[in-house]
Every structure is written in structure tokens, then in C-alpha cells.
Design a binder for this molecule. Sequence first.
Ligand SMILES: NC(=O)C1=CN([C@@H]2O[C@H](COP(=O)(O)OP(=O)(O)OC[C@H]3O[C@@H](n4cnc5c(N)ncnc54)[C@H](OP(=O)(O)O)[C@@H]3O)[C@@H](O)[C@H]2O)C=CC1
Ligand SMILES: CC[C@](O)(C(C)=O)C(=O)O
Ligand SMILES: [Mg+2]
Ligand SMILES: [Mg+2]
Length: 491
Amino acid sequence: MANYFNTLSLRDKLTQLGKCRFMDSSEFADGVNALKGKKIVIVGCGAQGLNQGLNMRDSGLDIAYTLRDAAIKEKRQSFINANENGFTVGTYEELIPSADVVINLTPDKQHTAVVGAVMPLMKKGATLSYSHGFNIVEEGTQVRKDLTVIMVAPKSPGSEVREEYKRGFGVPTLIAVHPENDPEGKGLEQAKAYAAGTGGHKAGVLESSFVAEVKSDLMGEQTILCGLLQTGSILCFDKMIEKGIDAGYASKLIQYGWETITEGMKYGGITHMMDRLSNPAKIKAFELSEELKDIMRPLFQKHMDDIMTGHFSKTMMEDWANDDKNLLTWRAATGETAFEKTPAGNQDITEQEFYDNGVLMIAMVRAGVELAFEAMTESGIIAESAYYESLHETPLIANTIARKKLFEMNRVISDTAEYGCYLFDHACKPLLTGFMKNIDTDVIGKNFSENMDNDVDNAKLIAVNKALREHPVEIVGARLRESMTAMKPIV
Ligand SMILES: NC(=O)C1=CN([C@@H]2O[C@H](COP(=O)(O)OP(=O)(O)OC[C@H]3O[C@@H](n4cnc5c(N)ncnc54)[C@H](OP(=O)(O)O)[C@@H]3O)[C@@H](O)[C@H]2O)C=CC1
Ligand SMILES: CC[C@](O)(C(C)=O)C(=O)O
Ligand SMILES: [Mg+2]
Ligand SMILES: [Mg+2]
């Protein structure tokens, strides 16, 4: 099998990377009808499997789970997830032959083996679905020609796919039909119905391609979504401890701070997140973020380049072949960081205090979102997709950190995202050493504007506001958020 993307001509690469159409809500008027009464069997019941299945069942679809034999016999967590939620659970042989749609929600590393095992059992004309296109795009898996191959990729951790659905909203979702496998032309209707079943249509759906999903998804998760939140958590915590801030307070400010400040961003973009600061603090956050952007730009570009060329996927697959040695070592090391080991204190921190005492965190979020967005769009990824992968998803990942810190984030995200997160983190921390030397508690841990009058240079403030508001991520974001009428506050 060869990297599918690398087999394409330059023209085809650009066409598939640029395939991205924001779908009008009227296109979902038929709801889940195209899948109503069809037998839908999900392979795997982990982060995405369980939560997508719960949403689809609540939306009126017929969902069952198939697990590998050992998981059923040993009543592993995946079996417990499905069984305790009242789903039918069976072996591949029991459930796959009668399935109209088989949804592969196993880890990317397992896809070649899983698809190899289920494909011969699938009935003629059935549909195989993915939530991430790594197996098709980076590994070049070829699927039987009578099968339809679709993708419904929530731009969110599985836990938040469920939480947003329960709030009456959803998460932005990319849908795609693999051009090599749409023999009956039914792929798009099924993908739309599936996205409606998960609630994705309430947040926004992009009709895209496997290629565009993979290249943008890998970039988002490695950089702003997970990598930078991990780096920022560790660096901000260590700085506060070095400067004598109470450890419990520092731990709490970071654990819940990302969620609070990015919730503001989810509602009103970077502009609104920055507007929550006093004027002097906003100018300071802007200056810090400009400096951060200059330092980190080459690293963001390297991640994008390595993703595009296939270097990233090749090296990660080498780790798969080496029993995940790197992944497991890096996971263990993260668990040993002082931030992870220090419980949040019981101080009360008001919503506003998270902004006022977290100026550096805000600067990191702005720098990371803009850099990820810029690197993606410069490489041919469409702005709407880059927005979901950078700005909109950051708060959804931050929600997981608020629950149980980096451990929870790395548990809930895919192993692929976790691997890329550590790669970025390990390269980013040393890059920021010099920058962090100049950081003091005025921008992390204490209120920047305390004991300060609110005077600012008007011309400077106008220039800062203009730069923030005119960034392309803000322009596309304002338009996309207009259709997010069902979004509910969580902080
Ligand atoms: N995590 C997330 O939030 C997101 C994930 N995705 C994508 O969704 C897909 C699923 O990822 P995720 O939900 O993280 O996966 P998880 O690791 O959470 O779930 C894995 C599930 O697959 C089963 N499984 C593992 N290995 C095998 C195997 N060899 N054969 C059969 N079943 C197996 C596990 O069961 P058991 O080990 O008990 O057999 C478990 O039920 C991936 O393609 C990922 O990229 C997309 C968006 C976000
Ligand atoms: C965090 C990245 C993600 O792509 C996701 C939750 O959307 C993943 O692979 O887990
Ligand atoms: Mg993703
Ligand atoms: Mg991913």
C-alpha cells in the first residue's frame, strides 16, 4: 500500500485539498431519513464509537456494536460501554454480514487489520465509514469496489460530541465520499444523514474530501488543539511555581483557565477573548502573542510540511511497528510533570479572574490559533475547515483539560493526535526557553492591571484592535458563527 495522497498528481492534490463547501442547513431537511431502518454496526466502542452511537440512537437510528472476540470474552471496557448502554453487541461474524453501514471507529493504527477483517464479511453494496481518513489517505487502503466509502469526521473529542448533542447543539463536522468508492452515488446522502444523527448539522457541516480532512485534522491536533495547550500548561505552571505563586492556585488557574478563556473565543472569536481584558492588558497580550508568533511560526510550518509530505505519518507508523515505544514513553513522561501531579486548590477563581490573571495563556491561544489557521490556509486548506480545526475546536479540547488535566485530554483524543501532540510539545518547549525567561507573574498568576491606571495610547489600541479584528480567522469565524444559533454556554 502506498500513501494515496502522494500518488496523486499536483492538480489532483490541490483539488482534493481545496474541496470544502459549507452546507446550508436546508440541505439537512431530510434529517436522518437516508439511514432510517438501515442496520448500522459500529466497530469499536471507545471515545468516538460510544458517543456517536449514543447520539445516533437518540436520533432514531438502529445502532449495534461489533467488537473483537477478546473484548467480548474478557468484558473489556469497550464491551462494558456498549452493553451497559443497552446496545446489542456481537462478533464480526454475527453482525457484519447483515449490516448496511459499517462504521470503523477503532484507533487509526488498527485500521488496516480491522478493514482487512471486516471487508470480506460485508454484504455487496454496503457502506464503510470512517471518522478520520488516515487509513485511506496515508496508508492507501483500497476498498472493494462494490462498497461505498464515506467519512463523517466530528471536529471534536468524542466526549464533547455527546455533551454538545445533549445541550441541543452539535460539533462542526466534515463529511466526504471517497472518489474511488461511490458505485451507487449514495455516499453523500448517507453521510449527511449520519452527520444529522450525531447533531453535527446544528454546528456546521463541510462537504469535503478525505485528503482535506486528514491534512487539516493532523495539523490542528498537533499544534494549537493539543500540542500548544500541553506546552502552555507546563510552561505557565512551572513559571508560577518558580515565582512563588501558590501551587494549588497555579494548578487551578491553568486547569480551568483554558476552558474559560476559550469559551469566550468560541462565542466571539479572538476579538472577544481579547476584549475581555482591560485595555492595557489587551495590548500586553497582543505584544506577547506577536512575539510568540514569530518564535513558533517555523515550528507550525514544519508540522504542516511534514504532514503534507507524509513524513509525519511515516515516522508515526514506524512507532506503530515498534510497539508504540515513543508514544508510551512520552505518555508516561507527561504524567510525571509537576502540573499533572499538583491538584487544583480550593480557591475561588471568578470567570473574569481567569482572563485577568491569565494574560500569557490568552496570548498563547491567539498565537496558536492564528498560526495554525495561517499554516493550513497557506497550504491550500479552505478557511472554513481551518477555522473549525483551530478556533472552534480549541475550547472543546480545553473542556477535557478542565476535567482531568492533560491526562484526560490525551486519553480522550485519538492516539494519532496524542502522538503528534507530544512531538509538538517536545519541540516547542525548548523554543520558548528564552521567551519564558522574561515572563513574570504580571502576565501569569496575578492581575496585570492591578495597581495600574487604565491609560493607554489611543493610536496603539486602535492598531491592536484593527489587527485582531481583521485577521482572516475572524472574518470567516464571524460568518460561520452566525449559523450556530443553537450554541449553548458552558462556563
Ligand atoms: N478520539 C477522538 O475524539 C477522535 C477520534 N477520531 C477518529 O475516530 C477513530 C476512533 O478513534 P478513538 O475513538 O480515539 O478510538 P479509541 O481508542 O477510543 O477506541 C478504540 C475502540 O476500538 C477497539 N479496538 C482497538 N483495537 C482494535 C482492533 N484491533 N480490532 C477491533 N477493535 C479494536 C477498542 O476496543 P478493545 O480494545 O476493547 O477491543 C475500542 O473500543 C479514529 O479513526 C480516530 O482518528 C476522530 C475525531 C476525534
Ligand atoms: C484532537 C484531535 C482529534 O482530531 C479530534 C478530537 O478531533 C483526534 O484525533 O482526537
Ligand atoms: Mg479532529
Ligand atoms: Mg484527529
